[in-house]
Design a protein around this ligand. Structure first.
Ligand code: HEC
Length: 112
């Protein structure tokens, strides 16, 4: 058994389906745009793909601030599956087990 973590291969996603899933799974906390002044529950996610973790003015917890994660597509794909496994000590309430659904949400996040 190899100890190496293979890069997960991400299925093609549909941003329109992703938008609906985002609304259902993420939208109660996350806004897309903004500076977090009107939406304090969670950091905004517009432009998240390619951004370093905890780089907006949201008051992030220590595990996120110290994670040194860059939100590449692969990292977001893995994070959604099991957040507290991906960032040690993180408390993130949502897991999206279905791989195809994660791909749809990712496609949507890439489009915003
Ligand atoms: C119940 C509220 C809630 C829901 C629902 C939620 N999140 Fe979050 N999310 C948060 C909070 C709060 C943080 C900041 C966590 C911290 O600082 O510890 C966060 C952080 C993140 C981050 C890191 C942002 C950054 O700038 O580093 C990503 C990415 C993320 N969430 C994606 C998602 C996605 C995708 C979904 C839907 C599948 C989702 N979240 C659903 C509350 C939520």
């Amino acid at each position: 058994m190899s100890q190496e973590k293979p890069q997960p291969s991400i299925p093609d996603g549909d941003p329109n389906i992703g938008k609906e899933l985002f609304t259902d799974y993420c939208g109660q906390c996350h806004a897309l745009t903004g500076n977090n002044e009107s939406h304090e529950a969670a950091p905004y996610l517009k432009g998240i793909v390619g951004r370093p973790a905890a780089s907006t003015n949201f008051k992030f917890s220590k595990p996120f601030k110290e994670s040194k994660v860059i939100w590449t597509e692969q990292n977001l794909f893995e994070f959604m599956k099991f957040p507290q496994g991906f960032i040690k000590g993180a408390r993130h309430p949502v897991t999206v087990v279905n791989e195809q659904n994660r791909a749809h949400i990712l496609a949507y996040l890439k489009s915003v």
